[in-house]
Design a protein around this ligand. Structure first.
Ligand code: HAM
Length: 428
């Protein structure tokens, strides 16, 4: 049997309804903040990611699905969407009128060749936003507030928001110099990856997950001691705005994020389900200062975040957050039971009429007995069963059974739409 590839999964049936629900809530929230949808390609030129996510990131060094296409071009399945969205803003000349910020939201699959584990897939879905063209603490805060409120809208209560600042260029330069000095003494006992990170970008060593390196990383100098006055001020402003808006956060000065384009405020949302499961960050993001310029756009800055839909759905399942949500919209309104083969054709066109009126309708197109058809209606979780036999059709009537209430009545065809509206719309 051919099965799904390692690190990928089918999202089907009720689970798919949950994905759709989560995505729709996130989209609705983003739209209330004035963000507009961007759909960018899943395949991009590989150098888009080496230039943006960065050569020193684990994503570029180890996790990209990269291949040569038939024209010998190096193509990569996107590991994230920020780079593609900013590229598309530049390609589509959205910055020409200098009407900032440009605000994009997106949803779609990403690919990373990671070791699959709880909450970590090789193909997963992200929802995210990018607010590009401004460098101001209000904009930074607004994006973090959006993410925080979106999680609240999904029903999350005790969200942990970790924030930190990577400062401005000068702060980072100072910090990297000090870090290099510190790690130089310890490098001999550290993992081979850290040797490479040391040369490419010592900040990445702070992300090292190797157990033996943890103690050394823990004792490394902290970014907060190397911030310029401007960088400190910007971070203080963001913190004050978050507090004013009721957003609780913890400053975590070991938070550096694994992608190279960040500068200024960075953040991650964490959540441990009541069962004690932690799927890793459910969302994360930060400010970027050189990304737009790096992709040949103007010298403007931006901020954004992305959330992993798989992780959100997993924790929501664990904490029963879907229980209070009406996913019934996705249920079937009407299941039609034709009595006898000769009434199937009529039922088929009758179903089409109901569908054109907006009712989700299915019809049993196989000649089956009544009890089998009722079972099918129940399995499909139809709200109403409509029975169409020779007598009903001749008399211009239909027998309607409310499957939840187990009540049955005969309705005149001309009254049916009003009847359905009454029952189905009242239920919503
Ligand atoms: P990221 O931290 O790499 O940031 O990913 C964002 C979120 O995607 C994570 O917090 C997690 O929920 C989800 N995620 C990442 N990898 C996996 C995986 N292998 N399996 C399941 N879920 C995963 C970014 O991608 C940045 N582009 C965020 C951003 C937007 N920064 C600025 N703008």
């Amino acid at each position: 049997m051919i099965t799904v590839l390692k690190g990928t999964h089918d999202v089907i049936l009720d689970e798919a309804s949950k994905y759709t629900y989560v995505e729709q809530v996130l989209i609705r929230v983003a739209e209330t903040y004035g963000f507009k949808e961007f759909r960018t390609p899943i395949i991009e030129a590989s150098n888009l990611f080496t230039r943006s996510v960065g050569d020193s990131s684990d994503i570029v060094r180890k996790e990209m699905y990269t291949f040569l296409d038939k024209g010998e071009r190096s193509i990569t399945l996107r590991p994230e969407l920020t780079a593609g969205v900013v590229r598309s803003m530049v390609n589509n000349k959205l910055f020409i009128e200098q009407d900032y910020p440009k605000k994009a939201y997106y949803v779609g699959p990403c690919f990373r060749y990671e070791r699959p584990q709880q909450g970590r897939y090789r193909q997963f879905n992200q929802f995210g936003v990018e607010c590009v063209g401004v460098n101001n603490s209000y904009r930074d805060s607004e994006v973090i507030i959006l993410a925080y409120n979106a999680l609240k809208m999904l029903g999350f209560k005790d969200i942990t928001l970790k924030i930190n600042t990577l400062g401005d260029e000068e702060s980072r330069l100072n910090y990297k110099t000090v870090l290099k000095e510190y790690f130089k003494e310890h490098l001999n006992s550290m993992c081979p990856d850290c040797h490479e990170r040391y040369n490419l970008n010592p900040l990445r060593i702070l992300d090292c997950k190797v157990h033996e390196d943890q103690e050394i990383v823990k004792n490394a100098p902290k970014m907060s001691n190397f911030l310029t006055e401007n960088a400190k001020k910007a971070f203080e402003e963001v913190k004050a705005i978050l507090t004013e808006n009721g957003v609780k956060y913890d400053v975590d000065d070991s938070l550096v994020r694994g992608l190279d384009y960040y500068s200024g405020v960075v953040f991650e949302f964490h959540y441990t389900s009541k069962q004690g499961k932690n799927y890793g960050a459910i969302g994360a993001g930060g400010h970027y200062n050189k990304l737009v310029k790096e992709l040949e756009g103007p010298d403007i800055e931006g901020i954004g975040f992305a959330m992993g839909i798989e992780r959100l759905v997993s924790v929501m399942n664990d904490d029963n957050l879907f229980d209070e949500i009406d996913l019934e919209d996705t249920m079937l309104d009407v299941y039609i039971l034709p009595i006898g083969e000769e009434n199937i054709a009529y039922s088929l066109s009758f179903a089409n009429k109901l569908r054109s009126l907006g009712y989700a309708t299915e019809v049993c197109l196989e000649n089956k007995g009544m009890s089998q058809m009722f079972k099918k209606a129940e399995r499909r979780r139809a709200k109403l069963a409509l029975i169409l036999g020779e007598n009903e059709i001749k008399n211009g009537e239909v027998v309607v059974k409310n499957l939840a209430l187990k009540e049955q009545e005969t309705i005149k065809m001309e009254d049916l739409v009003e009847y359905l509206d009454e029952i189905l719309i009242k239920e919503e």
